[in-house]
Design a protein around this ligand. Structure first.
Ligand code: ADE
Length: 430
């Protein structure tokens, strides 16, 4: 089957959504314009496991404009925008995704992408790469490289590299400054609250919000919560980050202690069981739990299910769990089944910020091609890079920022020859 989507009749709506995203992603459109002339991916197949959103739709079209044959599965069972998937299917892309996938379909769809025999892979979370390495080793020889979008995926790749298990070069797109300083911070900061507020419509002013973690994503979440009038508590395991959170003006404590104080809890750590049943037992009745980390393991949902005496779906993305019985019973609310709340209950990061991330993906694919030797028929032969996790050269990161500044109509200064000489010298002091 060339595609599997929820309803192909949603294609018209999907086309409008992609038009909206395009209007807010000028830097990516500039890359697409160049790709239309240079066709860097002629003869190549690109397989993707990304959130199937309107922004990803624009990336898919950009890669196609560059000459690639593109196939895509979702990288999360709850994040697909069904209208966008339908539009891509109608345009002839091999797309396998619907919102609410079960685990069987999730992996079947990733295998469908693998069946297209990609020369390049684009992942968000490393499920496509790990599936190829575990169960489709025969494809490894024809893959020239891959790109990874997110912190969790890069961590998995580094674990593969340390295990000597990684068999083709990977670009950690997440490590671009133009990715994590913007997407993770501003994107997650805004879209997490978009998801929580769409799911609950609670007033944030005056609430106590507990943010687990103080990386780029959690810092954005804490900042926006504070901007909406919440009292923010941060929990961390890394001492430097904990200190940073404290000096940014937040209370810092153990989850154990924060559990009794919070009205809303958000995890964005990349870790497992950051909120466990022991913490849940200590929480106030009415506490809301949401996750913004890549996988649905940060909140012990299974433990909550087991411990609950009753559960009820109160709103589309808000489930009520009752703990205990009688006078001592209390309710805990879990959003989006503990999956990425921003992509499940809302639309993920806004297009403006995804333009930067997806310029990174597009230029990372081009860089991998530049680093590879082409077979005479135009297909990929092999990469000159050894299997490892790579960061893109600084010039490419700078190019992305310049494209975005250009799109925003912002001019910046450049260093004079004298200034450059001074900056690179050591003789001149006070
Ligand atoms: N990750 C977070 N937001 C996203 C979006 N809008 N599209 C694709 N991936 C995302």
């Amino acid at each position: 089957m060339k595609y599997q989507v929820k309803d192909i009749k949603l294609a018209g709506q999907g086309e409008n959504q992609i038009a909206w995203a395009r209007a807010h992603m000028p830097a990516l459109l500039a890359v697409e314009k160049r790709f239309a002339k240079e066709k860097p991916f002629n003869g190549l197949r690109i397989g993707m496991a990304l959130h199937v959103t309107k922004e990803t739709g624009v990336l898919v079209e950009t890669l196609k404009t560059g000459g690639a044959e593109v196939s895509i599965a979702s990288c999360n069972p709850l994040s697909t925008q069904d209208d966008v998937a339908a539009y891509l299917a109608k345009k002839g892309f091999a797309v396998f995704a619907y919102k609410g996938e079960n685990k069987t379909d999730y992996y079947k769809f990733i295998k469908n992408v693998i069946a297209q025999k990609p020369h390049l892979t684009i992942d968000d979370g490393c499920d496509l790469v790990s599936e190829i390495h575990l169960n489709h080793k025969e494809l490894l020889k024809d893959i020239i490289g891959g790109c990874e979008e997110t912190t969790t995926g890069v961590n998995r790749l580094k674990a593969m590299e340390a295990d000597n298990a990684l068999k083709y070069p990977m670009v950690a797109v997440n490590d671009n400054l133009t990715k994590h300083l913007f997407d993770n911070f501003y994107g997650t900061g805004q879209s997490t609250w978009d998801g929580i507020l769409r799911a609950t419509n609670i007033l944030l002013a005056g609430k106590t919000v507990v943010v687990a973690g103080y990386g780029d994503c959690s810092r954005g979440i804490a900042l926006r919560a504070s901007g909406l009038g919440a009292h923010v508590i941060v929990t961390e395991i890394a001492p430097v980050r904990a200190l940073q959170a404290w000096m940014d003006g937040y209370r810092v404590m153990k989850m154990e202690d924060a559990a009794t104080l919070g009205d809303v809890f958000i995890t964005a750590t990349g870790g497992k069981h950051i909120i466990n049943t022991h913490h849940m037992k200590k929480m106030k009745s009415g506490a809301i739990l949401a996750n913004s980390g890549h996988f649905n393991v940060e909140i012990d949902v299974e433990g909550l299910e087991k411990m609950a005496t009753a559960k009820k779906q109160l709103r589309p993305f808000a489930e009520e769990f009752t703990l205990g019985t009688g006078a001592s019973a209390k309710n805990i609310y879990l959003l989006a089944q503990g999956r990425l709340v921003n992509l499940s209950a809302a639309e993920g990061h806004p297009s403006e910020v995804m333009a930067l991330s997806f310029c990174g993906q597009s230029l990372a694919c081009e860089w991998l091609c530049d680093m590879s030797l082409r077979a005479p028929h135009g297909g990929a032969k092999q990469s000159s890079l050894k299997p490892a996790v790579y960061t893109l050269p600084k010039e490419i990161d700078d190019e992305i920022a310049r494209l975005e500044l250009g799109a925003l109509g912002i001019s910046i200064d450049s260093s004079t020859a004298k200034q450059t000489k001074y900056a690179n010298s050591w003789r001149e002091g006070t």
